[in-house]
Design a protein around this ligand. Structure first.
Ligand code: AG3
Length: 274
């Protein structure tokens, strides 16, 4: 008998992955967490039946959420990741000469599952520069500061993650950043979340001098076409010296991709315009 996992990408669109092996399925204090294997996409992690990553395409998301803000900043020393308990973002950040990476993940079970089933993602947890806090990111940013870059690697804006997309939260992120600080948040697909993207980018641009939306193609996320929204206090993302970006070991991110990823098609521009 064939077993399938399905995610509602919208009320009327479902995305399915065949389960070759169900490896793990638990209820944590915050959400349900599953790990299974799919013949084509590799290992898959879901939270509350939402695909968080597959080992086949996670590199695109994790490289883009990390290297774009880090190379825009040029010399980040202290970086904060909110969410991202699988470790993929931390792994990418550690490719930079940073001094400290703080990961604030509310659900310890996500980190534990990643250590067990996703060694290629969780590799950075044992790096001496990494410090993990099992806390609520919303509270954490109110109490901590001094970051050069803050990356919000959250799940969808539903349930416990809603607060990670609020204007109050972005204001606390702004205050937790140094004076040339940069934040970036994963901000969903313009296909299914156009209104949301408009609201979030306008909230971020009411706080930061520069706000830029950039995109990447992530086959296993709804719409496959994904956005990230970056807020920068003093550095203008479009006018950095792209030629000065050093070579780095990546599979999606490159100098050319960095330059081009801010180009938005007219339908996205229209979705976020007033
Ligand atoms: N954060 C999850 C992105 C949201 C995916 N949404 C969806 N499948 N509906 C990524 C976690 C990986 N660090």
């Amino acid at each position: 008998m064939e077993l399938w996992f399905s995610e509602y990408q919208s009320k009327n669109v479902k995305f399915s992955l065949r389960i070759k092996n169900m490896l793990y399925s638990i209820k944590t204090p915050y959400q349900s967490l599953s790990v299974f294997e799919n013949e084509d996409m590799g290992m898959v992690m879901t939270l509350d039946d939402v695909v968080q990553l597959t080992t086949k395409d996670e590199f695109i998301y994790h490289e883009m959420i990390s290297h774009v803000p880090l190379f825009t900043h040029k010399s980040p020393k202290k970086v904060l990741v909110i969410g991202g308990g699988d470790g993929g973002t931390v792994r990418e950040i550690l490719k930079h000469p940073v001094k400290e990476v703080h990961l604030v993940e509310i659900d310890e079970q996500v980190v534990e599952a990643s250590k067990k089933f996703f060694p290629t993602l969780s590799s950075g947890f044992s790096d001496p520069r990494t410090k993990i806090f099992f806390e609520d990111g919303i509270e954490f940013v109110k109490m901590n500061a001094g970051y050069d870059v803050i990356i919000i690697d959250s799940t969808d804006p539903l349930g416990p993650a809603v607060g990670l997309f609020s204007k109050d939260f972005y204001e606390n992120v702004f205050n937790a950043l140094n004076e040339d600080g940069i934040m970036v948040a994963q901000t969903e697909s313009p296909f299914f979340y156009g209104e949301f993207l408009k609201r979030v980018s306008s909230d971020i641009s009411s706080l930061f001098k520069y706000t830029s939306i950039y995109t990447a193609v992530i086959p296993t996320y709804p719409g496959a076409y994904w956005t990230f929204t970056l807020g920068s206090k003093t550095i203008e993302p479009a006018s950095i010296d792209f030629e000065a970006i050093p070579g780095i070991d990546t599979k999606y991110y490159s100098r050319e991709i960095h330059k081009g990823c801010f180009a938005l098609p007219p339908f996205v521009k229209k979705a976020i315009s007033n």
